[in-house]
Every structure is written in C-alpha cells, then in structure tokens.
Write a new protein. Structure first.
Length: 390
C-alpha cells in the first residue's frame, strides 16, 4: 500500500520509530542524556553533521524525533523542532530568524505571553512590532515597512475566537517576501493546515489540544526546512528542547487527536447554540455558528469549528466574576484543550492589567467569557453553564 494514500488518523498512529530487537508494539522511552559512538570517525562525522544520528538529547532524541515526524506529516511540512513549551517555540522561532532592526507585523489578538514578548522584550534588541486590526485585514499592507521580516497571526484567536483569512495572509507574505508564521494551537493540524494557504512556519503549544489531558508541557514549530535549520541551530545552543518523556506522551496523544477533536467540536457547537439562545448572553462567537462574522472564512479553511466558545455575559466584569463563582462542574483554570471543560473570564484575570480600551482593541469586552469545551457528557456541561448564568 502506498503511504501517500494513508489518512490523517493512520499517519498519527502508524508513524513511529523502527522497533528495537525486542519488537515492542508501543514505542519505548529513551530516557538518556547522550548517545555513544562506535569509533573516532563515527564521532567526527556525527559532529560535522555528515551523518544524521542522535548525539545529545538537547539536540535530538528518538522520542522527540517521532513526535516531530508525526506533526510534520499532519501539517504537510518536511522539518520541525520540538520545544519545552509553546512559548519556547514562539520565542526561539522568532529569535532564530530576527536581528536588530527587524520588524514584525502581527494580528492584534494574540496570546498574552506572545504580546508581552513583542512589546516588553523584543524592543530591548531593537525589534519592533506593529499590530493590525483583525477586523480590518485591508489595512495589513499599510503596516509593512522595508525592514518588516515576519507576518504573524493566530487563527482562531485567543481568547475571542476571531478568524483570519490565511489565504489572504499567504498572498500578502508572498507579495512582500515576508516569513508567514501561524500559531495553529486552537485548530490543531486536524482542523486546519496553514501551510496549504501559504504559511512558511506553523507553531503550536502542544500543551493544549495536542496533549489534550492537561498532563505535560510542550511546543513545536514545523515548516520550511531552511528556516527550521536556523531554528534548530539556535535551539541546539540555547537549550529549550522538549524532554524525551514529554515527547513520548505527546506522540501517544496524537494517536487520539482526531477522535478527540471530533467530540470536542461536536460538544462545542451544541454549547454555542445553547448560549446563543440564553437571555443573559449578549452574543456568542464560535467559528461554525452562522452568526460568526468570519463564518465563511472559517468554513473555507477549517474542517470543524474547534473546542473554544467565547460569549459575552450581560453585566460586565462583576457578572463575569459572579458567573465563575457559581460554576460547579467545569474547571476554573488558565489552560485549555483539556478533556475537562474550562471556564475563564479574561477581563478579571488574564487580561485584567490591560486598560478597557486595550482590551476592546483585541475584542475582549468586560463580560467576555472563554469556555474550552471538554469531553464530558455535553448536557452536563450545558446544565452547569445554565445554572451559573441564571
């Protein structure tokens, strides 16, 4: 059978290391810090990168190699590097490709830690960032300057679940010779493959839906092999690599990614439809609701709507805090993409240090609630949200 005919689920399950002499069915753990060489020539050639082999687990390890191979096949990439966390992936990817004087154009709605990196730390190295309004994609090109190097975006966005047209971003990046980097954490490669639309690199926090059970931290960047080589060399020196144990956990988790996402998305759509009819809710945003402002774009580039639902509760910040206090079944946690449904209120927690205007600029109203829908019986999740809203 031709491997090119394999489906997504088969690739996730059957992409694995060669078996050892023990012929194990499940991939073993390689908890070793380093690897030995047969002789002086083997060692010389390995360090000269004349041959591909494991040298030191900060560089590569059989478990991290397998995890990277799986994600590459899922995303349609040919190379990648795995990191200790999603933010290690974002920082190392940027740091490996940027130099003093370079410029980033980014969507205004990005993960809070990414935003802090862009505005608090990169300027120390003379790297500036300009933000475009995700609801005004026609303005993107106006932010591009001669020293712009990277075009960066999340889609769906965190936490307001806005959708950005990846095909448009790909066309702009090609026109201006920019490196297009997409954070695909909310969608995962099962729901969306940004490289099909022109992305050069795709970044993930594997901590979220890739793991899916709140167990380990991890991150990964996959994409263009020349760019990945630069990221690899930087990361090999600076040491943000993924541990073999976490890579083993994440690689096993990918085997159930498709079946988990099918249920996450099924549950999320039902919750979104319930919330849309609730009298104490002003509006609901879920990519596969027809009321979502970018519904047609979401349908074009996503297989399903994802696991995140955002809604605006009536009553602002105090109503949001009261809602959290009344939750019984769902969890209050800053994480997402878990088997357990998680509820957060950004205005009083994760984004509380921003001014009202700063929050509104990234679609975070005082009453915005983000719900990461889990795998519980969906009627139980709805019942908990109902009693908290009432």
């Amino acid at each position: 059978m031709n491997e090119e005919e394999f489906g997504f689920e088969t690739e996730a399950i059957r992409t694995q290391l060669e078996r050892t002499q023990y012929l194990e069915h499940s991939v073993p753990l390689y908890l070793t810090s380093s690897f030995v060489f047969e002789d002086a020539e083997d060692m010389r050639a390995s360090f000269a990168e004349e041959k591909s082999r494991n040298i030191y687990s900060r560089y590569s390890n059989p478990n991290t190699n397998e995890f990277v191979d799986k994600v590459c096949k899922m995303e349609g990439a040919t190379a990648g590097f795995a990191f200790a966390s999603g933010m290690a992936a974002v920082y190392s990817t940027m740091a490996a490709l940027l130099k003093s004087g370079d410029h980033i154009v980014s969507s205004s709605s990005v993960f809070g830690a990414t935003h802090s990196l862009f505005i608090n730390y990169f300027p120390k190295w003379n790297i500036e960032t300009s933000y475009f309004d995700i609801n005004k994609p026609e303005t993107i090109e106006s932010f591009i300057t001669p020293n712009t190097k990277i075009l960066f975006a999340e889609s769906p966005t965190n936490p307001a679940v806005d959708i950005i047209d990846l095909e448009l971003l790909g066309a702009i990046a090609k026109k201006h010779n920019l490196i297009l980097i997409i954070d695909n954490c909310f969608a995962t490669p099962y729901l969306q493959q940004p490289m099909k639309w022109g992305a050069h690199l795709v970044v993930h926090s594997a901590t979220k839906l890739m793991d899916g059970q709140g167990r380990v931290l991890g991150g990964i960047t996959v994409g263009d092999p020349e760019l990945i080589q630069k990221i690899y060399l930087f990361s090999r020196l600076t040491g943000p690599s993924l541990s073999p144990f976490n890579a083993w956990v994440l690689s096993k988790s990918l085997e159930t990614l498709a079946v988990r996402l099918d249920r996450h998305c099924e549950n999320a759509l039902k919750v979104a439809e319930f919330l849309e009819q609730h009298p104490n809710v002003n509006k609901v945003k879920y990519p596969f609701l027809k009321s979502h402002p970018q519904y047609e774009i979401a349908k074009k580039q996503m297989k399903l709507g994802g696991s995140i639902v955002a809604f605006e509760i009536k009553g602002g910040i105090e109503a949001g805090r009261t809602f959290l206090d009344k939750i019984k079944l769902c969890s209050l946690s800053p994480n997402l993409g878990d088997t357990r449904t998680i509820v957060t209120h950004p205005a009083s927690t994760t984004h509380s240090k921003l001014s009202v205007d700063e929050r509104l600029a990234v679609s975070i109203t005082d009453g915005l609630v983000r719900v990461s829908i889990g795998l519980e019986t969906v009627k139980d999740v709805i019942a908990d949200l109902e009693q908290a809203l009432s």
